[in-house]
Ligand binder design. Structure first.
Ligand code: CA
Ligand code: CA
Length: 299
């Protein structure tokens, strides 16, 4: 399939820090797989898990509109929280049947709080019992989750969830810890990382005949690699590996090129990667591995 658009030059660009990103063009209408959401512009499919997560993922932001999100029934609440039905509000299990109305419609309180007391007692939960209008189940202290037996508690691996930390995540017993790679400082939220002061952000640009690096004001332009093919379609930077990956506009087979770019000087260990999937899906997996980037690739 060919891109229906004219890819502008520079075709792709990537901020190293801070790092929102850009680069899109407009392919022909595509079909989505099961479990994917078709952006209303028909350019892109995104995983349904990205719907209504507060971050626009579709080029036209159609994954975050009120119309779409009003239909969304499954909201991913944090551990030990439950969704107030029909809303985006999540409340802690401790607020169920505590005598105070925490969901606007009173979903968290009611006669079931009295009727299910004996059922909760029979569960013999190691830590605590949740009573909802749909039944009872055990829960554990914050940082722990219910084991396979349904009653005991074990550590919850927070790092297993994408986005728990902006860069490096270390799971600990009952908690977890975020850290940053060299050159970045952990922020007061204990999750985000920011480049150290003095390290000026730079811009990587995938152009028509080369990949270059420049200051944000356009000065200090330096070529990093010349391209024999006709320009880059997309470009991404992985801070934790100090590597850069790019796709060329002449390739529709899902082939990526990646190289290490140590200290932002020249490419080493360059390699070609066959992804066995479309470049559009490749860009989706790039997003999963790189919290701050969004790269759209035609295929
Ligand atoms: Ca309550
Ligand atoms: Ca943990």
């Amino acid at each position: 399939m060919q891109c229906a658009c004219t890819v502008p030059s520079p075709h792709a660009a990537s901020f190293l820090s801070p790092s929102p990103l850009l680069s899109s063009c407009h392919p022909e209408a595509i079909l989505c797989d099961v479990g994917e959401f078709h952006c209303h512009s028909h350019e892109t499919c995104i995983p349904e898990a990205w719907l209504c997560d507060g971050e626009p993922d579709c080029p036209d932001d159609s994954d975050e509109t009120d119309h779409v999100c009003a239909q969304e029934v499954v909201i991913r609440c944090p551990l030990n929280h439950i969704q107030c039905i029909g809303t985006k509000k999540c409340i802690h299990f401790n607020k169920l049947c505590n005598g105070a109305r925490d969901c606007e419609d009173g979903y968290d309180e009611g006669v079931h709080c009295r009727e299910l007391l004996s059922a909760c007692h029979e569960l013999r939960c190691r830590y605590g019992c949740v009573m909802t209008r749909n039944g009872t189940f055990c829960f554990c202290a914050d940082g722990f989750e219910v084991g396979e037996d349904g009653t005991s508690c074990r550590d919850h691996d927070e790092c297993a969830m994408y986005g728990a930390c902006s860069q490096t995540c270390t799971n600990t017993y009952g908690s977890y810890r975020c850290s940053c790679t060299e050159g970045y400082i952990l922020q007061p939220d204990r999750i985000s990382c920011k480049a150290k002061q003095g390290d000026r952000p730079v811009l990587l640009i995938g152009g028509s005949d080369r990949i270059v690096i420049t200051q944000l004001n356009g000065t200090g332009l330096q070529p990093l690699r010349s391209l024999s093919a006709n320009g880059t379609l997309a470009l991404d930077f992985q801070h934790n590996q100090e590597s850069i990956c790019w796709a060329l506009s002449t390739e529709s087979s899902g082939q990526l090129h990646c190289a290490v770019i140590r200290n932002l000087r020249g490419f080493t260990r360059e390699q070609e990667i066959r992804t066995q999937q479309s470049l559009q899906r490749t860009s989706a997996s790039l997003k999963r591995s790189q919290n701050n980037f969004t790269v759209y690739v035609c295929h």
